[in-house]
Design a protein around this ligand. Structure first.
Ligand SMILES: [Zn+2]
Length: 234
């Protein structure tokens, strides 16, 4: 085989490998994006796609559903190369400041002084792995300019305040940090690991978060998803 031919084969092989990698990474997210576009267009046409807040989806699931809406994106979905989604996104199908967000599990709520749209709840004992502390993070509870929809009971600077499961935390919003580029109205919910020192780890990294599937009793892992709409069996 000539060197030139060998080179051509190597390039074709590399491109095929890259194509397969991109296909594997993005295919499930693309399917969910098309469902989400349909949900944005006409949520009333798909009441069966929506979860209800405060419902427990499986008897063994420790958490209740934290808000109403359609689960648009799962844990470990990929939106851009190298990024893995650290939580789930539940889209209420309403405008901003309308759809309530409630605590999925009891714990101790903190809102850092500069947090406009987020709270985090410390759970001293992971119900599925006793002996470790975990944190439940709720975000996008502000409008695109950063006006907060978090409940007045939890002003900026709130530290370690007890909340029962089902406590109203705030309302879904579309705050992204960039007023020119708001997100669709939703709640982002994630389970964050403790650093072992009593503080939550960086939520932006998926390795610092847990697959929420067993906690909510739903198939929420993008890698294991069949691409279908995730609903709560009654
Ligand atoms: Zn998200």
């Amino acid at each position: 085989m000539s060197k030139r031919l060998l080179f051509v084969f190597i390039v074709i092989g590399a491109l095929a490998g890259l194509g397969y990698y991109l296909y594997r990474s993005f295919r499930p997210s693309i399917g969910r994006t098309s469902n989400l576009m349909e949900w944005f267009r006409n949520p009333q046409a798909h009441p069966d796609w929506a979860l209800q807040a405060s419902v427990r989806c499986a008897p063994e699931a420790p958490f209740i559903i934290p808000t109403d809406g359609f689960i648009g994106y799962l844990w470990d979905d990929t939106f851009k190369i190298g990024h893995r989604h650290q939580g789930i996104d539940i889209f209420g199908g309403t405008g901003v400041g309308v759809t309530p967000v409630v605590a999925a599990y009891p714990g101790y709520l903190t809102r850092l002084p500069d947090w406009k749209s987020s709270v985090i709840v410390r759970v001293p004992e992971d119900p599925l792995q006793p002996g470790r502390q975990i944190w439940l993070y709720y975000t996008h509870m502000a409008d695109e300019d950063g006006s907060s929809y978090i409940s007045e009971k939890f002003p900026s600077g709130t530290f370690d305040k007890y909340v029962a499961a089902g406590t109203l935390l705030g309302y879904q919003g579309d705050y992204s940090g960039d007023p020119n580029n708001p997100v669709g109205v939703h709640l982002h919910f994630s389970i964050v690991l403790d650093n072992g020192d009593g503080h939550f780890r960086n939520e932006q990294e998926i390795r610092n978060t847990l697959d929420p599937s067993p906690y909510l009793g739903l198939p929420l892992n993008a890698r294991r998803s069949d691409g279908g709409v995730v609903v709560c069996e009654k």
